[in-house]
Design a protein around this ligand. Structure first.
Ligand SMILES: [Zn+2]
Length: 183
């Protein structure tokens, strides 16, 4: 089910504004197959859309909170997304035959396509949420990661020296064999 839908007949050349709430349950399902989860509050998606012939120019602005996981210590990292995107939607039949998945760009007009008589903006909102999240989110630049308690640390001789422990020899052989198989 799509939530952010513009009906083409509602649009004209002057343009209209929409103000959608981005509910937490929408965030949760949109982010289900990502590393992110929904934040603690609803977000906002404001849209200005105008129609020229069969083309629809959409300017969308997303403000929402998503939660990432710190790459070092695995703690939650709240991320406030505040991004705008412009896209020109054309009818589906105008999509070029050889069009590939195009990466969304913030600094230019993105080409998108719509089917039927409505423009579905759910994918745009999702893209904007994902764009603002760093590849390796950190709870703070100074994060030192998970502190391993003294009694759980491996003894120096296992990982410390450059000479592999003899007990690891069978594993190293196995790894060698596997690597060869891949070649
Ligand atoms: Zn951290």
């Amino acid at each position: 089910m799509s939530t952010f839908v513009l009906q083409i007949p509602d649009l004209d050349e002057v343009g209209r504004d929409w103000n959608f709430a981005i509910r937490r349950d929408w965030l949760a399902s949109a982010l289900a197959d990502t590393e992110l989860t929904a934040g603690t509050k609803d977000g906002r998606f404001t849209v200005h859309a105008q129609r020229t012939g069969t083309d629809v120019l959409v300017q969308g602005h997303v403000e929402a909170e998503v939660v990432a996981t710190c790459a070092r210590c695995l703690r939650d990292v709240p991320i406030n997304v505040d991004l705008a995107l412009t896209a020109l939607y054309s009818p589906e039949h105008m999509r070029p035959q050889d069009s590939e998945e195009i990466h969304v760009r913030l600094d230019e007009v993105n080409r998108e396509y719509y089917g039927g008589s409505e423009v579905v903006l759910d994918p745009m909102v999702r893209e904007l949420l994902l764009l603002d999240v760093p590849m390796k989110p950190l709870c703070s630049d100074a994060c030192e990661g998970i502190a391993v308690p003294e009694h759980l640390r491996p003894p120096e001789e296992v990982f410390g020296g450059s000479v592999p422990d003899s007990r690891l020899a069978p594993l190293l052989k196995l790894k060698e064999a596997l690597t060869k198989n891949e070649e």
